[in-house]
Design a protein around this ligand. Structure first.
Ligand code: PDD
Length: 277
């Protein structure tokens, strides 16, 4: 398959990065994961806008315009004949002798992208998934889609070791988001999800869910909810690019409702599927 390395499409086996790339040494960069359905990138504009915003917020000026990036990624998806899968794209501050402070202006950011086939997670969408709870030990700029993912990785590993799909993170009593997903609860027909501030990633899928709710008169509150509210929820679900709208049927060993996907979650799944088809 092809990959993009600094603006050029090359064979995957030829794509190599330097050991002093700042992404490799410091995690000094940002990324995006974009869904491809039927050979077409879903919500590409939103992903590129967030990519630009993440880059700018850490002082990286993208070496290409979002229009150029869009064309490059389209070519990549086309040449790889990707039907259902993802595009992964990242930019780092570039290659320079190791030093925490930024390198000289001349150092160009390093951009890479590749595609991967990935089916829709049919089984999990239908049956729902189990989750654990763990303290959110990440930094205070979770709105930046940073390559630094240690906090998320350690949480996800805890979940994996317990046979769970996701770790739901909380700062003290307040639930923030999942290690790589946004989290929603339903109580008495109202959906509640953490507001998009510095403590969570403003998910593109979350925004699609919010739009779909607005268009269908489903009440949503974007506000912090607590561990107690999570425990007392009628329904819980998550959203992400790869996971779509996925029911959560268990939190920390305790069933959500009667342990099967709830009606409002199922309705949102149908509405979401209409958006991507
Ligand atoms: N994860 N929160 C976090 C911490 C995330 O890493 C992600 C995405 C989301 C959901 O955002 P979106 O709907 O835009 O995918 C929320 C990506 C997919 C990943 O790291 O693989």
């Amino acid at each position: 398959t092809y990959t993009i390395l600094n603006g050029t499409l090359i064979d995957r086996s030829e794509a190599k990065v330097d050991i002093e790339d700042r992404g490799y040494q410091f995690g000094d960069g940002v990324y995006e994961v974009i869904r491809v359905y039927n050979g077409k990138m879903f919500t590409i504009k939103e992903h590129l806008a967030r990519f630009e915003k993440s880059s700018e917020s850490i002082g990286i000026t993208l070496p290409y315009s979002t229009e150029q990036l869009s064309e490059m990624l389209e070519e990549l998806v086309g040449k790889n004949r990707l039907h259902t899968g993802i595009v992964y794209m990242q930019v780092t501050r570039g290659v320079a002798p190791r030093n925490h402070s930024f390198p000289a202006k001349e150092v160009v950011p390093a951009l890479t992208a590749y595609t991967k086939e990935l089916p829709r997670p049919a089984e999990n969408l239908k049956n729902g998934v189990k989750t654990i709870l763990t303290e959110d030990i990440r930094w205070l700029r979770c709105d930046i889609k940073s390559l630094n993912l240690l906090g998320s990785i350690l949480a996800k590993q805890q979940a994996a070791e317990k046979g769970c799909f996701e770790a739901i993170l909380h700062r003290g009593q307040d639930v923030t988001e999942g290690s790589s997903t946004n989290i929603f609860i339903v109580k008495n027909g109202v959906i509640i999800t953490h507001q998009s501030d510095n403590l969570i990633l403003k998910g593109i899928t979350k925004d699609v869910v919010l739009q779909v709710c607005a268009a269908n008169n489903i009440s949503v509150k974007e506000q912090t909810f607590t561990l107690d509210e999570l425990a007392a929820a009628d329904e819980v679900f998550l959203s992400s690019t790869t996971g779509e709208v996925m029911p959560i049927i268990e939190v920390a060993g305790k069933k959500v409702g009667n342990g099967v996907p709830g009606p409002l979650t199922s309705r949102l799944q149908d509405l979401f599927t209409q958006e991507i088809e």
